[in-house]
Design a protein around this ligand. Sequence first.
Ligand code: HEC
Ligand code: HEC
Ligand code: HEC
Length: 397
Amino acid sequence: MRTAFLTLGSVLLAAALIGTAIIFFGLFNVSARGGHWPAISWVLHTSYRQSVALRAPAANTVPELDDEDMVALGARHYQLSCAACHGEPGGRQLRTMTAMLPAPPRIEEAVSEWEPNELFWIIKHGVKMTGMPHWPARDRDDDIWPVVAFVSRIPRFETGQYRSLLSLENQPPASASPSLQASDTHLAVIHDCVLCHGQSGYTDNDHVPRLDILSREYLSATLKAYRDQQRSSGIMQQAASLLDDDTIEVLAAFYASSQTAPRGANISDRDPNGTLTMEEDTTAASVERGRRLATGGAASTTADSMPPSGADIPACNACHGPWPESLSPHYPALASQARQYLLAQLQLWKSGTRGGTPMAKLMHESVPELDYQQMADLSAYYSTLSGTDVTDRSLEK
Ligand code: HEC
Ligand code: HEC
Ligand code: HEC
């Protein structure tokens, strides 16, 4: 018995010494050229598959992915953040990326074996030791789903469909942006903004906020918040990561001065009964409830659980207007903003995960009492409100 233990001990010691020697004498070849031994490949691949299968969220937690605006937003993020490694659907792949170990699969192959809930998990968490990055933002599952909506659509794509998804055919012409074109040192980064926000800050994609209604001060502050990780969004943090302060000022001044149409007037091309995920109506009744809440606020319905003063819902328009002159350039305009965007932001404010400028605490105090229906009503109200429907403050009292 004793000899058996001694033999085992020496074998283990020898193994440990060999292992240490391999590490410290540099004997393990880390070259990406050779590839893995078949056995190691099998172990890695099987662990990967099983790990995703165990951890992916349940299939019934997958939201509605057949939303064309979501697919288009996902495609645009893919083009700027993923295509360099996985190639464009139907297109070619960069040679340097195919020299990675493991090489990023072409996106058509990458999606073929996985269900949407598994794709979500992979895109959210990334894959250790492969070069597949995790989603760069925290607490923003909602901005991963557009990418899942897009990649899971790829197997059904026809030739040329990807390019047409990215095309800006319905955008106002570039001539609408003279000041932006003037500063050509910034053109590369601006080109990225245009892909999602259009030539002058407005697109009809309901998940993408319009920028042409916002002030220079707010635009600048919120872009810095994304860049400096004070405001979380995997899509916008990526887009803002390389912006220096000068470029931010150029962009903020440009969008603040651009007007696609009379502010707030061109909401007619948003389908009023479109893709909003509301249980109830999105019609006049909802807009009217939103209007009452936004202009009059509401007393708390759960006053016993909170100090009554802190539990009230303030009148949103006290800060957000729309007044003829904005109350403070740090309060973003909401009139005519995209509805899905507003609803998503209100849910983020309520969950406490929407960061932003140093003014963000005003919002954290304003929203805790809102329920889902009220958020949907407020989003319906503000999105259908024309920016020209302003209130004269002198008539207020
Ligand atoms: C730096 C290069 C790189 C970038 C950028 C990248 N990936 Fe990957 N991706 C990889 C690599 C490498 C793998 C792992 C391949 C393997 O081990 O099978 C991978 C795996 C995947 C897989 C699983 C495929 C499979 O069959 O294992 C999906 C889906 C995927 N990536 C989607 C994306 C999306 C969407 C983005 C953009 C948000 C993205 N990737 C960004 C390199 C990259
Ligand atoms: C891939 C699409 C995409 C690109 C590229 C992109 N954006 Fe965005 N942008 C979005 C989305 C989606 C949001 C909403 C993000 C959120 O939920 O916080 C957003 C939000 C914003 C906001 C906040 C608006 C508000 O009402 O608070 C600003 C400002 C902005 N983007 C400016 C830019 C600028 C400037 C660029 C170019 C450097 C750019 N974006 C590039 C999609 C994009
Ligand atoms: C005391 C002033 C104040 C009140 C009251 C207020 N807000 Fe705000 N709101 C702000 C400020 C300031 C911001 C910008 C904060 C930031 O991004 O740092 C903001 C941001 C927002 C945003 C994000 C806009 C965007 O473009 O991203 C939404 C949506 C919003 N508020 C809705 C509401 C609603 C709905 C109410 C009423 C329940 C409300 N607010 C009440 C000051 C206020």
